[in-house]
Design a binder for this molecule. Structure first.
Ligand SMILES: C[S@@+](CC[C@H](N)C(=O)[O-])C[C@H]1O[C@@H](n2cnc3c(N)ncnc32)[C@H](O)[C@@H]1O
Length: 200
């Protein structure tokens, strides 16, 4: 098992009651409000709250994550909510198809030389489709390093935005206060939101 996958499996397994809140992430309802439901992919969907919320809004949803523990919980939550979501246990570079919405909230997708993860993420967005990437703000690399990771190693709005060329229109790229605060002690008071449309 790849180190990152093992780490995520371990993190989820050590939080029996769930690692995350089960609530939809604040930026998602705001950013999809004007979109007509179609095919959506939630990249790094974790325990599935965003994917389930999208399905409840009429989207045809695929949830993608490397953690089978998280996906098991996501499938259970979808059953309880009475919605259908396709759950795929894979990393972003193994995903296939194109989607009207590709959303990634607080993705822990590690970059590697040649940026295949970034190319895969962008390639999943259909023509005229929407890419939504949300990270934590404001930048605080020292805090991140104290938690064992370097944000520069991951796909985040600030690493994705510069890669969007002429075939993309950036509609939102801003930091805004979080809808739900992070736990006490976290310096991440804001969300860093990138929303872009692939031009037709
Ligand atoms: C911080 S969690 C966020 C989960 C969820 N989006 C949420 O907001 O609750 C990051 C997720 O990314 C997943 N992940 C890590 N590397 C990945 C990859 N290469 N492809 C897809 N998912 C990945 C992890 O298993 C984890 O569930």
């Amino acid at each position: 098992m790849h180190d990152d996958v093992a780490e995520w499996e371990g993190r989820y397994a050590s939080h029996e009651g769930g690692l995350f809140s089960g609530n939809v992430n604040g930026p998602l309802p705001v950013e999809v409000a004007g979109l007509r439901p179609g095919r959506a992919l939630d990249v790094g969907c974790g325990e599935g709250a965003d994917a389930i919320w999208l399905a409840q809004q009429g989207w045809t949803v695929t949830g993608l994550d490397v953690s089978t523990v998280a996906l098991g919980r996501a499938a259970e939550a979808a059953r309880s909510a009475g919605v259908q979501v396709e759950w795929v246990a894979a990393g972003v570079t193994q995903a296939s198809g194109t989607f009207d919405l590709v959303a990634a909230h607080y993705p822990a997708i590690k970059r590697s030389p040649g940026e295949p993860e970034l190319a895969a993420l962008l390639g999943l967005v259909a023509v005229d489709g929407t890419l939504l990437v949300v990270g934590h703000g404001p930048p605080n690399p020292e805090f991140a390093r104290s938690r064992g990771f370097d944000p520069a190693d991951y796909l985040l709005p600030d690493t994705v935005a510069p890669a969007l060329g002429a075939d993309w229109e950036i509609l939102v790229h801003e930091q805004r206060p979080r809808v739900r605060p992070t736990p006490p002690g976290s310096p991440w008071t804001h969300d860093d939101v990138l929303r872009a449309r692939r031009r037709g």
